[in-house]
Design a protein around this ligand. Sequence first.
Ligand code: KIV
Length: 286
Amino acid sequence: MPTQQPAKRIAAPDIAARKGGEPIVSLTAYHAHTARILDPYVDFLLVGDSLGMVMHGFESTVPVPLDLMIMHGAAVVRGSARALVIVDMPFGSYEESPAAAFRNAARVMKQTGCGAVKLEGGARMGETIHYLTQRGIPVMAHIGLTPQSVHVMGGFKTQGRERAEWEAIEQDAKAVAQAGAFSVVLEGMAELLAARITKTCPIPTIGIGASAECDGQILVLEDMLGLSPRVPKFVKEFAQIGAAIEIAVRSYADDVRTRRFPASEHTYAMKGDKAPATKKTKMTGS
Ligand code: KIV
């Protein structure tokens, strides 16, 4: 009988309880291998609909279908053991009515095994957030720059840089907290406004381009790894994986073309035969 208990997953109320405490750490994840690597270091993994742009080459998140979110969500749950997994509700899957949102969010929870969903919108989504949370679905809200509204906003624009914009965004934060969201993403927001919301809002704020004033931070994994072709000002690249991949692929192509790869150590001999006497080759590609 196994003696070791599986790691207990972080749940939405654990994140809510972190308001004002040690900063909450999170990243996006879209597949099982990266989820496994990130899992010990983050509090939650977001299967963001940004996967439409990052992994599938869409111009925005608008075309992302629900089935795609479910497929990636299930992979991230399988690849992780400890972090809360939150799956984004894609454009068109929740705005029409609270009942439609419940139907789709319930499908996401059942078919992925995730612990919460995220949806974009403030006061206008209050009724839906209330409906979902009353029926067993923890909801993370997302206000400020909401990429699914790119066509209404006329681009990906930082929010709250004019004081005249503050009132509406502060009302959004208040509304989603009152409706029962356990946390709220503040995206692309002036620092002063993010600080004001974080101070007054009873649920943790998770910033992306919203300053260190927030209760936690999230970044798109590929952006912080240096894998994305263009990144916004708020991204810090913690590695240059894109450049490392290019070097490795150039070496591989050279080695294949010069027959340095595969070498004897990568080759199967007949049973009982000695491996061919080629010397072990380090793949330098030089
Ligand atoms: O889709 C996404 O990755 C997100 C984060 C940027 C918060 O919503």
